[in-house]
Design a protein around this ligand. Structure first.
Ligand SMILES: [Zn+2]
Length: 369
């Protein structure tokens, strides 16, 4: 026996026979209301333009959005945002195709501009080469873990990115060196001919230094969240590179403000699906790719310090975004709506047949109230 049965008189006044339309309308309302309620929750997780504050140098593991292979020029990775373990650009080519001495691979999308840059640097008497280019997730893991073992996590995180967070994994980050020169990590590479030429000219070819000094000259600053690296450049394409250069912002600041997608609460829009899987449109076919079989095996030391995970996105939550839970709730509400309509229809049939058991419980028909 339910509440509505108690409130209703035992002898219902005979209602005039109605056409099916108004009753159907009530059914439509029954279905529509829960669906609308479910949908009302969705906009909260819909992407918005990136207008949120630039986060402090939080450590976290949030999948960056956008990160499609064809969205390479606006994909941001930093201490918080990352790509997945299986993010492997489909168009990696040897750096020699871009006219650069040294080893390693970069994405084919960067080849033409890089070739032009290498030629211009050589003509200016400041020839450049490659110290380190594409790194797989596993390779970055080995590098970071080595630094963390050697100097401790807190130190390593100031000059090296954890796996998934490195521009090297995008196939667009390169540590340059002076062609025929030594280790660019020794001393201030920006004071060499090649380093100075790159600092002043690289942006015109689509390359921007990712980790410049702070505005006060500090080697570590929260605009980049990494120690000064005069040798590390990121390819953004000429258009985005020009905008970053003219904005006076760092790559991290510029992409976060203009392209990184946030939810309505200003948090990074995390999606668990590593979306990129197709070859970017218009790219030349892969002519070479790094041998994955030679990838060093991940070491057993974790490269993530559990206590340092950002409250924005605990490791588990980055895999199960808000959107997923809303879809589940929406589905549940839709199911309940369908169930309600079915029961109401059954009750109506019984009533029409004059055999509605008055004491039998069942959902009340709102149309009867
Ligand atoms: Zn680097």
């Amino acid at each position: 026996m339910n509440l509505f049965d108690r409130q209703q008189p035992r002898e219902r006044p005979e209602r005039p026979e109605r056409s099916g339309r108004p009753r159907r309308r009530s059914h439509v309302v029954l279905v529509a209301l829960p669906l609308l309620a479910a949908l009302a929750g969705l906009p909260a997780s819909a992407p918005t333009s990136a207008l949120g504050r630039l986060p402090s140098c939080d450590l976290g593991d949030v999948y960056t959005v956008p990160r499609g292979y064809d969205e390479w020029s606006i994909t941001l990775v930093d201490r918080l945002l990352r790509v997945g373990k299986d993010y492997v650009p489909p168009d990696l080519v040897h750096v020699s195709e871009a006219g650069l001495p040294g080893g390693g691979h970069i994405r084919a999308v960067a080849v033409d501009d890089t070739k032009a840059m290498a030629r211009a640097a050589r003509a200016a008497g400041a020839p450049i080469g490659v110290w380190s280019a594409y790194r797989s997730y596993a390779q970055q893991q080995q590098i970071f873990t080595g630094y963390a073992r050697q100097n401790g996590f807190d130190s390593a995180i100031t000059y090296s990115q954890r796996p998934g967070h490195s521009e090297h994994q995008l196939g667009l980050g390169v540590d340059f060196m002076s062609a025929g020169g030594g280790d660019p990590l020794q001393g201030d590479w920006a004071t060499t001919a090649a380093g100075a030429w790159m600092r002043d000219n690289s942006w015109t070819f689509g390359w921007v230094n990712s980790y410049p000094r702070g505005k006060d000259g500090a080697r570590w600053n929260d605009r980049t969240c990494l120690r000064y690296e005069p040798w590390h450049y990121r390819y953004l394409g000429r258009e985005v590179a020009r905008k970053v250069h003219r904005s006076g912002l760092t790559i991290r600041e510029y992409l976060w403000r203009n392209h990184t997608q946030l939810d309505s609460r200003g948090r990074p829009l995390s999606t668990s699906t590593p979306r990129p899987s197709a070859r970017p449109s218009g790219d030349p076919p892969t002519t070479a790719s790094p041998s994955q079989s030679s990838t060093p095996a991940p070491t057993t030391v974790s490269s993530t310090r559990p206590a340092a995970i950002s409250p924005l996105a605990p490791p588990g939550s980055s895999q199960s975004p808000v959107l997923d839970s809303r879809i589940v709730v929406g589905g549940l509400l839709a199911f309940l709506a369908v169930l309600t309509v079915g029961l109401v229809a059954r009750r109506r049939r019984h009533r029409q047949a004059g055999e509605l058991p008055r004491m039998q419980g069942g959902p009340a028909d709102p149309a009867d109230r």
